[in-house]
Design a protein around this ligand. Structure first.
Ligand SMILES: *Cc1c(COP(=O)(O)O)cnc(C)c1O
Length: 357
């Protein structure tokens, strides 16, 4: 039975990726061993790590001369402090754009290391929009952004104009759309939304931006340790990296990031159109800032909530319940969500309106 997995994360992955990954968990590529029991120094696993790294460059259009690709542990949440620890010196400052829960946490952690300040936020309206046109101090070391707000369903449609490098948390929209990489000093993403299983965090660092560490930091937390040892300073999380590599292969096979973007725009367009048309529902995010990845919507009549969730479950649409800080519903539609899954959810909404309106 197919279930359409609308959970925000851990989240849907392509079926063919999971089929191949499970095969490799039994026996990997004619080695007679499971990939789960193989050394990260073996030539087979080294080839996986290398392909994963090269694929990131291919999908982002970056060159290895300019950017380093790292596979780290500790989740995106560890990047909240590692970024500031490594890059924000005692006498330096950084601006943070607070667009919701994850960016609030990033700011809180950075404040422990240096002069971090919030330069724009949308807290006043429960983070239902992306602030625009705010000032960026040209002397800032970096500005931290969260490209897609998984919880509140908003997304930067365009990044601000500035010469200050951005550090961007792209946990929930990496590889979902084309990017102008020249704006970013660093990008990071926990894998478990749009890339792979939990357990690995992708980081892409501009070499020039990241060359100097701001203070003495523990070896494991120094980006340059992982740059120098090519993400294998200690035992890397081989299986999550492997599954992420398979997902990137899948993206390339299906037309690359541009094709993902076209498909994501189509899916989001279909669902938002239905939210706007259907008399029972309304969207929570400002229209111009709506996320293609996480679609948040509410019922005018909250008493119908359980009934709608049941109708979704009956149609094999799962994970549609909203995050407690927004309420209502959230449909997460990452790269691997097929259009037919979105169409199934839309059909449920239409039928629900027929019965309840
Ligand atoms: C899920 C999420 C995180 C947290 O990721 P962990 O890997 O669990 O630490 C951070 N930022 C964003 C935007 C997220 O969606």
């Amino acid at each position: 039975m197919t279930k359409y997995n609308f959970y925000a994360g851990p989240a849907i992955l392509p079926k063919e990726v999971m089929a191949e990954a499970s095969q490799s968990a039994v026996e990997f590529g004619g080695t007679g061993l499971s990939i789960l029991e193989m050394s990260h120094r073996s030539k087979e696993v080294a080839a996986v790590l290398e392909e994963a790294k090269v694929s990131v460059h291919e999908l982002l259009g970056t060159s290895a001369d300019e950017y380093d690709v790292l596979f780290l542990q500790g989740g995106a949440s560890s990047q909240f402090y590692m970024t500031a620890m490594n890059f924000l010196g005692d006498d330096e400052s950084a601006g943070y754009v607070d667009t919701g829960a994850w960016s609030t946490k990033a700011f809180k952690e950075a404040s422990k290391f240096g002069n971090a300040s919030i330069i724009a936020d949308s807290k006043d309206t429960n983070y239902n929009y992306i602030p625009k046109g705010f000032d960026i101090d040209g002397a800032s070391k970096y500005v931290h952004l969260t490209s897609n707000n998984t919880i509140f369903g908003t997304q930067f449609q365009a990044f601000p104009d500035s010469n200050v490098p951005f550090i961007c948390d792209m946990s929930s929209d990496i590889f979902s759309r084309k990017l102008d990489m020249s704006k970013f000093g660093m990008i990071y993403a926990g894998a478990q939304k749009n890339l792979g299983p939990a357990g690995v965090t992708l980081a892409i660092l501009n070499k020039e931006f990241a060359a100097k560490t701001a203070r003495e930091v523990p070896t494991m937390l120094d980006y340059q340790t992982h740059v120098k040892k090519d993400s294998a300073f200690n035992t890397p999380p081989v299986f999550p990296i492997y599954v992420s590599m398979l997902t990137m292969r899948w993206i390339k096979k299906h037309g690359g990031v541009a094709a993902m973007q076209a498909k994501n725009e189509k899916k989001a367009g279909l669902l938002y159109d239905e939210i706007d048309r259907n008399t029972l529902f309304y969207g929570t995010a400002a229209k111009e800032d709506r996320s293609m990845m996480n679609v948040c919507f509410l019922l005018h009549d909250e008493a119908l909530m359980d009934g709608f969730l049941k109708a979704c479950a009956d149609a094999n649409c799962i994970g549609v319940k909203g995050h407690r800080s927004v309420g209502g519903f959230r449909a997460s539609m990452y790269n691997a969500m097929p259009e037919e899954g979105v169409q199934t959810l839309i059909d449920v909404m239409k039928e629900f309106e027929n019965v309840n309106a």
